[in-house]
Write a protein that binds this ligand. Structure first.
Ligand SMILES: Nc1nc2c(ncn2[C@@H]2O[C@H](COP(=O)(O)OP(=O)(O)OP(=O)(O)O)[C@@H](O)[C@H]2O)c(=O)[nH]1
Ligand SMILES: [Mg+2]
Length: 326
């Protein structure tokens, strides 16, 4: 059974299984994607080369990524031939299936945070400025607190004016401790300080903010290397997670940024922020295709509880629900 039918059976018409946050957060992407596919189906009487060319454009415009689109289109063509489908109205389930079968079958990718039972879990947040690192730290901390974990944050962005206060304000709201240094100071020494305090107090998780903007790539690389060295000195298995935060509204630029970052430091997971602000939800597929790093979380709004663990079925449902309802 394909994805389409599986998800349809599991989620459509079963409101208990529908995650409202996904549905609301992906509304822009969903409306745009479904509208375009439905519009194509209405305009074409028969599935022909022109139809496929337009379908290709729809996928590319949804930020799926060009090479991935080619593969998907090839697969759809094969299936259409195999099932001898002529009517574009009948193709929705094949499109959805082929888009996500590749994602799901390729490899199993965990979306769980790699918590350390034996030691402090250290999470490093990286990404270009404005991507949503600091906000995501607050959201993650909020999520962990609600799971009963103890959390501390380190204001490792000493570069941008106001960055320390921004994190400190979130920490106060969350009722957690924020370890900070001076603006313009050495971020690694802030992190070192935070590591020791977190260990002393037996905290479960330390989340470290970093600067998005350093003058150049070499500086950024050196900075992150130093931070990693210092973390390992205190927590040999750390950082257990280095999460790269990407602004989904930047589309293929975001994907290029991710490629650059993955050359600079080992990334264990991706957080896609501002999914609520984009109409091009296909970026998830593009990231999988170009980087093969799991998307672990999605930001679907600006408030504390607008972070969701990435769930492929909910994502597909959120993105394609208008194609699923009869
Ligand atoms: N709509 C929406 N806005 C978001 C989301 N995540 C972050 N933002 C907003 O994006 C803006 C930038 O977020 P920050 O968390 O400050 O980004 P940053 O990566 O820490 O930026 P720098 O500290 O400058 O490097 C803020 O206005 C956030 O409220 C999201 O999932 N959805
Ligand atoms: Mg920040």
């Amino acid at each position: 059974m394909g994805f389409f039918s599986k998800i349809k059976d599991a989620i459509v018409g079963n409101s208990a299984k529908q995650n409202d946050k996904y549905v609301a957060g992906l509304d822009k992407s969903s409306s745009s994607f479904s509208a375009k596919i439905n519009e194509l189906a209405a305009r074409y009487r028969e599935i022909d080369d022109d139809y496929f060319e337009e379908l290709e454009n729809v996928l590319i415009m949804s930020d799926v990524g060009v090479s991935m689109v080619m593969t998907i289109i090839d697969e759809i063509k094969k299936e259409v031939r195999l099932q001898n489908i002529k009517n574009p109205q009948m193709i929705n389930d094949i499109i959805i299936d082929k888009m996500f079968v590749i994602y799901a079958n390729d490899s199993y990718m965990t979306t769980k945070i790699n918590y350390d039972d034996q030691d402090l879990t250290v999470i490093l947040m990286v990404g270009v400025n404005g991507a949503g690192k600091t906000t995501t730290i607050a959201k993650l901390a909020h999520m962990m607190l609600s799971e009963g974990k103890t959390v501390m944050v380190a204001a490792g962005d000493t570069f941008r004016a106001g960055a320390i206060d921004q994190l400190a304000v979130w920490a106060e709201r969350l009722g957690i401790e924020c370890i900070k240094g001076k603006e313009g100071g050495d971020p690694s020494s802030v992190v070192f300080d935070a590591l020791n305090q977190a260990k002393d107090k037996g905290v479960d998780v330390l989340i470290c903010d970093t600067a998005g903007r350093l003058q150049n790539k070499v500086n950024l690389m050196n900075e992150l290397e130093k931070m990693n060295r210092i973390i390992k000195r205190v927590v040999p298995s750390g950082p257990q997670e280095t999460l790269l935060v990407i602004d989904a509204t930047t589309g293929q630029n975001g994907v290029s940024q991710a490629q650059e970052f993955s050359k600079i430091t080992d990334i264990t997971g991706i957080v896609l922020t501002k999914m609520d602000g984009t109409a091009k939800g296909g970026i998830v597929l593009s990231i999988k295709d170009t980087l093969n790093i799991p998307v672990k979380f999605m930001g679907l709004g600006e408030s504390m509880d607008d972070l969701q663990e990435f769930d492929l079925e909910q994502y597909i449902y959120g993105l394609c629900k208008n194609l699923m309802e009869e």
